[in-house]
Design a protein around this ligand. Sequence first.
Ligand SMILES: Nc1nc2c(ncn2[C@@H]2O[C@H](COP(=O)(O)OP(=O)(O)OP(=O)(O)O)[C@@H](O)[C@H]2O)c(=O)[nH]1
Ligand SMILES: [Mg+2]
Length: 178
Amino acid sequence: MEVMRLVITGPVGAGKSTFIHTVSEIPVVSTDRTATDKTAELKKTTTVALDFGKFTFEDSMTLYLYGTPGQSRFDFMWDLLIRRAHAYILLVAAHRPEAFREARQIVTFMNQRVNIPMMIGVTHIDCEGAWTMEDVQLAIVGTGNLTPVIAVNANEKASVTQSLVALLEHYLQSSVPC
Ligand SMILES: Nc1nc2c(ncn2[C@@H]2O[C@H](COP(=O)(O)OP(=O)(O)OP(=O)(O)O)[C@@H](O)[C@H]2O)c(=O)[nH]1
Ligand SMILES: [Mg+2]
């Protein structure tokens, strides 16, 4: 059985913890605590260390899913988790453009530490004021960047599974020698 470690990152409220809860076949190791200050305006709890879940593909590949905290004050966890990852997905809420800057800062943080395949998962596309996938991609990585982008609803198992398949495919394509 092959094992891959995937990191799910992104700003507060993008849907990282939900994403892992939706697909994990084991009870998720969760470290959500009561939110304070600005985060509390958005939601009741926030991840302070990590989420950990597991997802198996056709009895041949096990994915270990690690969710990061969204708040940058816990960036020591970003560092710890990304250094052992094979690939990562950056979740970005399409209806919250004020968090795009944070999302870019997370990408910079990760890319300063590792050179691994990544993709953007755009959540909350169903919400009012949502930007299009193309505009979110442009806002996060700019033009001429080949970072794949996919729509994800973290509450829907089929959607989360589809994004994991896409991340896996991207990982495999990126590892093929030219
Ligand atoms: N409408 C809608 N809601 C979504 C979607 N994706 C996630 N959500 C909701 O958005 C919220 C996200 O909360 P969390 O999963 O705790 O977010 P998080 O990214 O782990 O946040 P932190 O741990 O605080 O950084 C949950 O209420 C989800 O149900 C989506 O595509 N559409
Ligand atoms: Mg969380």
